[in-house]
Design a protein around this ligand. Structure first.
Ligand code: ADP
Length: 494
């Protein structure tokens, strides 16, 4: 019985052990599964990290590339700015087209450069700049460079480049033609004058070009076009200026010649007037002399009628003598034969003495004359007898053209380096249309007074000559039926 129990016990314990072992196994398996899930998770994370690392590396590489491109662009822009600045100050077409150097081309990221211009006169493209090519090397290119392809660039006014999408056939042709792997061709299109294009290229496949490079070459071609236009405009302006200068020189020469001729004619006129006046003075003096003798009845008594005629002869010969004297004066002053004796002159003394001289006429017409000459007025530097003639003429006219009981005013003032004298009257005035001619020789206004009183029309021109000879000025302001003011200046004594 005991043996059965022992067996049963043993079986029981084995069963329990097996159950325990099974339980442990189940738990272990569960643990393994957990570990496996963890390992899978870790694996996934590792993969993700790997992906991210790859992404970071890729981004870093792209960033580096972008940085490189940016650096290249900045350096290209810097070179472009340098070239543009130099182009903007050149007005020589040859210098503009030959300005680019090998180092400029390299700084722009290329190896070779060509500039071709289509000479309107020759109707063919000729190379004006070769960098990285020999003329020999391009011989074939020149031959094959059909107007077709390149005229297309100019006509369409657009770039062709090895990276642009369109025209693949053209690109292959260009690669062969210019022996370049990468290239940019940009048209040079000044608004007027010869057009052309710039070619930039590189044969090594490592040198990669970007859209930025294409843009820079396009801007460069535009700047060259603008510089060519500026040069053309400058040349045009320069030519116009030269022609103008030549014309001005020619005209000046002609004017000088004309002036010389006028001077000659003027001198001959003055000589003639002076000679005639002299010749007239002698017979006039004897006519007046004989008339005076007869009038004085030194040769016997004469009848009243004869006396009256003789008085007329006397009066008219006086007028004639005055006229001849005026003529002589004008011609003498005009031809510079009168030498001015310049000395300090007090204006007050001169006006007083002239008014004294004209007292009879003033009294005759009961004209009131007022003087306004400041006490401390500086002296004028002038020839006394000539200035007296100026006053006599101007005051004489003022009296002549002012009705009875009229008023005349004389004023003097300092104006800068001069003394200005104004002689005003409230007489008949001068019509506006006559003012521009009033100082002309022999000019007289057609009015009642002039019709009844003789005059030569020489007085004012004489006055103007005298004032101008003193480096002074003379002008007139007048209103018909209201009055006239003649103003003139004389230099102050320093
Ligand atoms: P003349 O007195 O011999 O005619 P002038 O040369 O002195 O010659 O003057 C020219 C003309 O200017 C005069 O005929 C007159 O018509 C006009 N004139 C000059 N002074 C005056 C004045 N103060 N008032 C009006 N008219 C004047």
């Amino acid at each position: 019985m005991e043996t059965v129990n022992i067996h049963a016990l043993l079986n029981m314990s084995s069963l329990i052990t097996i159950i325990v072992l099974c339980l442990i196994l189940v738990m272990k398996m569960e643990r393994i599964k957990q570990l496996q899930r963890l390992a899978e998770k870790l694996n996934r994370s590792l993969k993700e990290m790997d992906e991210q690392a790859k992404l970071i590396i890729r981004t870093d590489m792209e960033l580096n590339k972008t940085q490189e491109e940016l650096d290249k662009k900045v350096s290209g822009l810097y070179t472009l700015q340098k070239i543009s600045r130099a182009l903007s100050v050149t007005f020589d077409e040859n210098k503009i087209l030959k300005h680019l150097t090998r180092s400029d081309v390299e700084e722009l990221g290329f190896e070779k450069c060509l500039i071709f211009m289509l000479r309107a006169s020759e109707q063919l493209f000729s190379p004006v700049l070769l960098i990285g090519y020999s003329a020999q090397e391009l011989q074939e290119t020149f031959k094959t460079i059909g107007p077709g392809l390149l005229a297309l660039i100019i006509n369409e006014a657009k770039n062709i480049s090895s990276i642009s999408g369109d025209a693949p056939i053209q690109k292959e042709r260009i690669r062969k033609l210019f022996n370049a792997e990468h290239f940019v061709i940009s048209p040079i299109l000044p608004p007027e004058g010869d057009k052309g294009f710039i070619f930039m290229g590189s044969s090594s496949p490592e040198i990669v070009i970007t859209e930025g490079d294409e843009e820079i070459i396009n801007v460069l071609a535009n700047h060259i076009g603008q510089a060519l236009e500026n040069a053309r405009l400058f040349d045009k302006t320069y030519q116009a200026q030269q022609t103008l200068e030549k014309k001005v020189e020619e005209r000046t020469r002609e004017l000088k010649k004309a002036l010389e001729e006028i001077k000659g004619v003027n001198k001959r006129k003055s000589d003639f007037v002076s000679a005639v006046s002299h010749e007239l003075r002698t017979p006039l003096t004897s006519i007046k002399g004989y008339a005076s003798i007869l009038l004085a009845e030194r040769l016997g008594k004469i009848p009243k009628e004869v006396k009256e005629r003789l008085e007329k002869i006397n009066k008219h010969s006086d007028e004639l003598t005055r006229m001849v004297n005026d003529l002589l004066d004008v011609s003498r002053i005009e031809s510079g034969r009168v030498e001015l004796k310049m000395q300090p002159q007090g204006l007050k003394e001169i006006t007083d003495s002239v008014i004294d001289l004209l007292q009879p006429q003033l009294k005759d017409k009961r004209i009131l004359i007022s003087l306004d000459i400041p006490r401390g007025l500086p002296n004028a530097m002038a020839d006394r007898s000539q200035v007296e003639r100026v006053f006599i003429n101007l005051l004489g006219n003022a009296i002549k053209f002012t009705p009875e009981s009229g008023r005349i005013a004389v004023r003097a003032n300092v104006k800068n380096e001069f003394i200005q004298i104004d002689i005003s009257d409230n007489g008949i005035g001068i019509p506006e249309t006559s003012l521009p001619f009033i100082f002309d020789e022999f000019y007289r206004v057609d009015n009642e007074i002039n019709q009844s009183l003789k005059g030569t029309g020489l007085g004012l021109s004489l006055v103007k000559y005298i004032v101008n000879a003193h480096k002074g000025d003379i002008w007139v302001k007048s209103r018909l039926n209201e009055g006239t003011t003649f103003s003139f200046t004389l230099p102050i004594t320093r």
